[in-house]
Write a protein that binds this ligand. Structure first.
Ligand code: NAD
Length: 261
């Protein structure tokens, strides 16, 4: 178990990809801090369930990724409670789909804050401890949209391209400290984030639900299948192991061939 006695903070892990990553890390022996929004009782059930199922410690941070102070507190509390933050997964993200001239300014600001700036604030807070211990893993959930664009996703594509740049910069700064920084870039993964954008895309493009799924979403993926959260989590776990010690500054696609086209 490569993560025994290590602590992982996974932002945006009350749902979807983040939850799968947190559970995969816990199965591998890590203490985990889960984070994100949702029903309080459901989150507590998930937290307690991780402890019971995997025999590790799990904490919940309600930190809002739009708030730099709360992000710093999340990292400090994890270090105080578990002794270290060894793995940081910047995964929280939101999406909004609209033509550029109608794109709401508040959505632009929120997407840039959650999908990009939050990673900067969390990395900034976690790096001193990682450098001092000479070990760390920073994994940023980017997207195929960190490599290519799609129409009507101005803020998301901008934030994810920025996250890819941040990842490369951090990888270079930490290269001699035993700390790696990488992006995982999924294609379409069937999660609430994708389900929620279907009505918006129906409206933006004037399509039916079936047309959006088959002609817009899976159209992008040569395999014609959604990526699973487990497939993304398995790559995140691999990046934590010794076999991945020389993988840094990379942007790893899990996208059914999307960005090969
Ligand atoms: P999701 O909606 O299932 O999960 C998003 C998580 O982020 C939830 O836990 C939510 O509570 C949390 N979150 C949202 N706003 C927050 C805030 N202000 N503060 C703290 N937490 C917040 O979505 P998902 O599909 O699992 O997405 C996870 C990441 O994967 C995102 O960064 C997304 O851009 C990326 N991604 C998703 C897909 C996909 O197809 N689903 C593809 C590529 C990349």
């Amino acid at each position: 178990m490569s993560l025994a006695n290590k602590t992982a903070v996974v932002t945006g892990s009350t749902s979807g990809i983040g939850l799968a990553i947190a559970r995969t890390f816990a199965r591998d022996g890590a203490n985990v801090v889960i984070n994100g929004f949702g029903d309080a009782a459901a989150i507590e059930a998930e937290r307690a369930g991780i402890e019971a199922e995997f025999g590790v410690k799990a904490a919940y941070s309600a930190a809002d990724m739009t708030k730099p102070d709360e992000i710093a507190v999340m990292i400090a509390e994890a270090e105080a409670r578990f002794g270290s933050v060894d793995v940081l997964v910047n995964n929280a993200g939101i999406q909004f789909v609209a033509p550029i001239e109608e794109f709401p300014v508040d959505k632009w600001n929120a997407i840039l804050a959650i999908n990009l700036s939050a990673a900067f604030h969390a990395i900034r807070a976690a790096v001193p401890g990682m450098k001092a211990r000479k070990w760390g893993r920073i994994i940023n959930t980017a997207s195929a949209h960190s490599l290519v664009a799609s129409p009507y996703k101005a803020a998301y594509v901008t934030a994810k391209h920025g996250l890819a740049g941040l990842t490369k910069t951090v990888a270079l700064e930490l290269a001699t400290f035993g700390v790696t920084a990488n992006c995982i870039s999924p294609g379409y993964v069937w999660t609430p984030l994708v389900e929620k954008q279907i009505p918006e895309t129906m409206q933006a493009r004037g399509l039916t639900r079936e047309q959006v799924i088959h002609d817009v979403l899976l159209q992008a993926q040569p395999t014609k299948q959604f990526v699973t959260v487990e497939q993304v989590a398995a790559l995140a776990l691999f990046l934590c192991g010794d076999a991945a010690a020389q993988i840094t500054g990379a942007n790893l696609s899990v996208d059914g061939g999307w960005t090969a086209e």
